[in-house]
Design a protein around this ligand. Structure first.
Ligand code: S3P
Length: 444
């Protein structure tokens, strides 16, 4: 396993890019696999989670060529062309893969078994299994289908009118995909604006997906889906670590080029601007059906603020790093209505609190969020990733603004979503080195 040694206090300057968006990369592979013809995906995220989606699709008979680690050519088999796999399919550590694929597989004419890492086998699946069963799906798993491995006996599905109990793009997308194989209309009502990449991409491929505010309709297409040519925008969830670093490390000024700024994803930028951060979008444009901009951020005096309600789903993955920003803000920052954090790669309320406290952050957990009192002088120390990529990167960002050296143990996981995170920080001027043996090498 690797660890990061970071010495804070070095200003960050310059221009950089972040790898392709994780959510869009997963969807590009899955949806082009059921399109009729050959799709090209550029700037694909070459990270552990998205690679798991490629392998799952290969297990279903789909030919995925890799022109480079970030450029794929996918030979779609059409809506009914996937083939029965002869073994378990492994989703690795990816919640998006298991939840979306279960929806896609529930309406096939064959049986599939999905499994993954111990971490994914602890994450709740009843949120998809219950509504899929209402559509007629046959799914088994431990504890009445709440935990993987999941066995999915393909069957004929019927449409469903379903109100999501929590705003979740994974659940919404799972049910919209099942709706493509259902008899009749599927209507999904979401309590808040969960990311809408599924709706955008499927509609662009010709699927009958229609959005009316927070209600989305899906049904079986009359004709095959068209293949796509997609250039995946940079991932705002990865950019968020650099944005917070730029805002809290004195004298910093950085520009992150080509970042997706879909409004269902930009809650972190809105939150930081509310806190007083100087962030500008430059060169706004459209790229493969998604809004994109270059994001410029400068060191800023921050003040505490309260976040809750509908904004939370638009920044759910960025809340650990928001806590780091809050530690440098004057006054109290409250994050509420974020109970979903408890069922991510780790319980991100508990893990963010435990690791940031080791660096001197004044943070209290609440049942559905946390409260941070700032500003605090961050102190270097030893922290753990706990196997959670976003926690590893959030603590690394805290280390960039801390006094004294910090070690982030178990840092290999940064590559789940942001391969090159460490190198990018080095090029911006951070004093950071990777030590130890990469986890992948240990298995050789
Ligand atoms: C994702 C949706 C979110 C997010 C995850 C990616 C997606 O999960 O946390 O990192 O690609 O649909 P939930 O839908 O569980 O909130």
């Amino acid at each position: 396993m690797t660890h990061l040694n970071i010495t804070g206090g070095h200003r960050l300057t310059g221009r950089c890019q972040v790898p392709g968006d994780k959510s869009i990369s997963h969807r590009a592979v899955m949806f082009s696999a059921i399109a009729n013809g050959t799709s090209t995906v550029r700037n694909f995220l070459d990270g552990g989670d998205c690679r798991a989606t490629i392998e799952v699709m290969r297990g279903l008979g789909v030919k995925v060529e890799e022109r480079s680690p970030t450029e794929l050519v996918i030979h779609g088999l059409g809506l009914d062309g996937l083939q029965e796999p002869s073994d378990f399919l492994n989703v690795g550590n990816s919640g998006t893969t298991i939840r979306l694929m279960t929806g896609l597989l529930a309406g096939q004419k064959f049986t599939t078994f999905l499994t993954g890492t111990p971490q994914i086998r602890r994450r709740p699946m009843s949120r998809i299994v219950k509504p899929l069963r209402q559509m007629g799906a046959v799914i088994v798993g431990r504890q009445d289908g709440n935990y993987a491995p999941l066995g999915i006996g393909g069957t004929t599905l019927r449409g469903l009118d379903y109100t999501l109990p929590v705003a979740s793009a994974q659940v919404k997308s799972c049910l919209l995909l099942a709706g493509l194989y259902g008899q009749g209309l599927t209507v999904i009502r979401q309590p808040g604006p969960a990311r809408d990449h599924t709706e955008r991409m499927l509609a662009a491929m010709g699927a009958p997906i229609a959005t009316y505010g927070n209600t989305i309709h899906s049904e079986r297409p009359d004709q095959e889906l068209s293949p796509i040519e997609i250039d995946v925008p940079g991932d705002i969830s990865s950019a968020a670590f650099l944005i917070v670093a730029g805002a809290i490390v004195p004298d910093s000024r950085i520009t992150i080029v080509g970042v997706g700024v879909n409004p269902t994803r930009t809650g972190i930028v809105d939150a930081l601007v509310d806190m007083g951060a100087r962030i500008e979008y430059r060169n706004q444009r459209n790229q493969s059906g998604e809004p994109v901009a270059d994001i410029e951020v400068q060191y800023s005096e921050l003040r505490g603020a309260t976040f809750g309600g509908e904004q939370i789903v638009t920044m759910i993955d960025e809340l650990p790093v928001l806590a780091v920003a809050a530690s440098q803000a004057h006054g109290r920052t409250i994050v509420k209505d974020a109970g979903e954090l408890r069922v991510k790669e780790t319980d991100r309320i508990a893990s963010t609190v435990s690791e940031l406290r080791k660096m001197g952050v004044n943070i209290e957990p609440t049942p559905d969020g946390f409260i941070v009192e700032g500003p605090t002088r961050l102190m270097g120390g030893s922290v753990e990733s706990l196997g959670d990529h976003r926690l590893a990167m959030a603590t690394a960002v805290a280390a960039l603004a801390a006094q004294g050296p910090t070690t982030v143990f178990g840092s290999d996981v940064t590559a789940d979503s942001f391969p090159g995170f460490e190198f990018t920080l080095q090029t911006l001027g951070a004093n950071l080195e990777i030590a130890g043996t990469p986890a992948a090498a240990l298995h050789v």
